[in-house]
Design a protein around this ligand. Structure first.
Ligand code: DGL
Length: 279
């Protein structure tokens, strides 16, 4: 018996917290016609320092919930979840739940663009400890561009700064500069730095301030949006299963008013929020 509705539904966008909003806004800019449900697991964020098993379990619960809400397609707008849970969900859970549904991540679309951006062929990745430890970026980059040298730097305090609405606060400067300097100490030939965490664009003004001139900073939102557009063009059967009403529903595992207050800072508009319980 199929547990989910087979009717067309909104595109699901999942993140551990607010970071996925940076992806969602780029997706909605490019593909405003679809309906979306955003789910932030704010009550359990950050994921970046959690174990493989826990990130997989939390992400699995969130994707299942988005399917229950009618989504046929879910984007993991979270690098940590893409690194630690995407493959297991695709290979293990989808065939059991409903093999026609799809879950897509953010690492592959980001990596695909890198070959044409770097000239020195030395690339840096700033991401959560979990994403760096998973080695997903070097592995994916080397599959497509074996000649590129990749160095990663974990930035464990950047997500808490964003989640606590301190991204533009004075305290953020110290840790933004620290992790950039640590990355560039590992390899002075880096000319391109991937922001491999969807929370980091919210720190972009400070990241640009401390990144030496001449180093290209690559946020993911636009790349993921373009890749989704291309995916839906290549998969008309999935495109038909995505409803078009131009709406967006926001869900969080935290208190609604807390999400609404912080999200409005990032989205520059007031949003209506629903609380969901996972697990
Ligand atoms: N925004 C997420 C990412 O892209 C996760 C951050 C976290 O929860 O630590 O990795």
């Amino acid at each position: 018996m199929q547990p989910f509705s087979s009717l067309p539904g909104p595109v699901g966008v999942f993140d551990s917290g607010y970071g996925g909003l940076t992806i969602l806004s780029k997706i909605r800019e490019l593909l405003p016609q679809y309906d979306y449900i955003y789910l932030g697991d704010n009550a359990r964020a950050p994921y970046g320092t959690r174990s493989f098993e826990i990130v997989y379990e939390f992400t699995r619960q969130a994707v299942h919930r988005l399917f229950e809400m009618g989504c046929q397609l879910v984007i993991l707008a979270c690098n940590t979840a893409s690194a630690k849970a995407l493959r297991s969900i695709q290979q293990h859970d989808l065939p059991q739940w409903d093999a026609s549904r799809r879950v897509l991540g953010v690492i592959r679309p980001t990596v695909e663009s890198i070959g044409s951006v770097t000239h020195s062929r030395h690339v840096g990745v700033l991401a959560t400890a979990g994403t760096i430890k998973s080695e997903s970026y070097p592995m994916e980059i080397h599959k497509l561009f074996p000649d590129i040298t990749v160095y990663g730097q974990a930035c464990p305090l950047w997500v808490p700064l964003v989640e606590n609405n301190e991204a533009m606060g004075d305290g953020a400067d110290y840790f933004v500069r620290k992790y950039i300097e640590e990355l560039l100490r590992k390899d002075s030939r880096i000319d391109t730095v991937i922001l491999g965490c969807t929370h980091y664009p919210l720190l972009l003004p400070k990241i640009r301030q401390y990144m030496p001139a001449g180093i290209r900073v690559v946020p993911q939102g636009g790349l993921v949006a373009e890749s989704l557009k291309d995916y839906l063009r290549r998969h008309p059967e999935m495109d038909e299963r995505c409803t078009r009403g131009g709406t967006c529903t926001y869900c969080t595992t935290e208190a609604e008013d807390k999400f609404s207050e912080s999200a409005s800072v990032f989205l520059h508009e007031a949003v209506d929020v629903h609380r969901v319980v996972l697990g």
